[in-house]
Ligand binder design. Structure first.
Ligand SMILES: [Zn+2]
Length: 107
């Protein structure tokens, strides 16, 4: 027997529990992590933070390599890192929008 999350309130329940002790929902334990909005939101938040971190790292890297190099150092560095910045920005925005949609659905 393990601890699961209630699919209604997100509280801890036994995976075999018939009723949620927090909100009274019948059969509250989630069988798959994917269908759990609480787990989904936490995965999306972590994913968004990772994208943000990568985004700022590549922008910082771009800034410092431009600073250290000469006139066209920016363009050389930009060529290397622009795809990463683009992907991270899209990833960040996508994860954030998806998270907001899930949070709205729960209310
Ligand atoms: Zn509950």
């Amino acid at each position: 027997m393990s601890v699961a999350k209630c699919k209604e309130c997100g509280g801890d329940v036994s995976s075999k529990a018939a009723v949620c002790p927090h909100c009274g929902l019948l059969d509250p334990a989630l069988t798959t992590k994917k269908s759990n909005p609480v787990a989904k939101v936490s995965i999306l938040t972590r994913s968004r933070d990772l994208a943000g971190l990568l985004f700022y790292s590549s922008v910082l890297w771009l800034f410092f390599s431009t600073h250290a190099g000469g006139e066209d150092a920016f363009f050389v560095a930009w060529e290397k890192v622009n795809w990463l910045i683009g992907i991270c920005a899209a990833w960040y925005i996508g994860a954030e929008i998806y998270r907001i949609i899930i949070e709205r659905k729960r209310k």
